[in-house]
Design a protein around this ligand. Structure first.
Ligand SMILES: N[C@@H](CCC(=O)N[C@@H](CS)C(=O)NCC(=O)O)C(=O)O
Length: 266
């Protein structure tokens, strides 16, 4: 049996659902409500001590960390391979996924929460929001989450996250000048990993970031046309989250554009 503990709009969960869909693997959904703190319960912490989604449980074997889960899925199940066949291609693929794990995923949290999701959290009331923050196991992440929720786009993390994302999109555009997909001419776990992040930027009304990056725009269109994208992302989109991100994203876009423009002038 394959169980996935996940959340409809979580980027890391989207990434894993996308790999499962590409492989044609059937799985059982264990959907967690992150606003209700389902991921901070003692039972879930036994599966995932980091108090995050996703977690995959395959015949009793527990796998955490979305990048590791996706490689596991590719190893454990048949169907189309999601990794380049050559060693150099695999190295390129891992360089992309490593960047997400080492910071860009956290930057997405900064953007999403500071711009939009903080409002959902704040409306839960002081006690709930404090408990949500206090129960984040990692101290560095806890400080960041606290700033995102209470300070929003004024948080000291916000500007750097915007600039790191802009730089990433520039690197993607350069890479896509030489190959169809991120790790070469094979669609791979690198493309799967980034699809949810571009989707998130689009939902936050930040797609202007690739208006002058045509290769990136085409790459994203190709991804979105895949059946697996519909199954793993579109079908799980939560209308309430989409409208919140649209409303708040539109409001913050001028400030984001200014951060980028000011950095370019320097
Ligand atoms: N490195 C982890 C990150 C997982 C993660 O941050 N998940 C987010 C959703 S995308 C989450 O569960 N957030 C809830 C929280 O941090 O309270 C992975 O790749 O699986």
């Amino acid at each position: 049996m394959i169980e996935l503990y996940h959340n409809d709009m979580s980027t890391c969960a989207q990434k894993v659902r996308l790999a499962l869909a590409e492989k044609g693997v059937r799985w059982e959904s264990r959907h967690l409500d992150l606003r209700a703190r389902d991921h901070q319960t003692p039972a879930y912490l036994k599966l995932n001590p980091n108090a995050v989604v996703p977690t995959l449980v395959h015949d009793g074997v527990v796998i955490i960390e979305s990048t590791v889960i996706n490689e596991y899925i590719d190893d454990a199940f048949g169907g189309v391979s999601l990794r380049p066949v050559d060693a150099a291609g695999r190295a390129r693929m891992r360089l992309w996924t490593k960047q997400l794990d080492e910071g860009l995923h956290a930057d997405t949290g900064v953007l999403s929460t500071s711009i939009a999701f903080r409002y959902q959290k704040l409306e839960k009331g002081d006690r709930e929001v404090q408990a949500l923050v206090d129960n984040v196991p990692d101290a560095v992440k806890r400080a960041r989450v606290r700033a995102n929720i209470f300070e929003g786009v004024q948080s000291p993390y916000f500007k750097e996250s915007v600039l790191r994302f802009d730089a990433l999109l520039g690197r993607m555009e350069t890479t896509l000048a030489n190959s169809q997909w991120l790790a070469g001419d094979t669609y791979s776990l690198a493309d799967i990993a980034y699809a949810p992040y571009l989707t998130r930027l689009e939902h936050l009304q930040m797609k202007e970031l690739w208006s002058e990056r045509p290769r990136l725009g085409r790459w994203f269109e190709c991804l979105r046309e895949r059946e697996a994208y519909q199954i793993a992302l579109t079908q799980w989109f939560n209308a309430k989250y989409l409208s919140l991100m649209e409303e708040k994203g539109e409001r913050e876009w001028p400030a984001i554009a200014k951060i980028i423009k000011d950095a370019e002038r320097r």
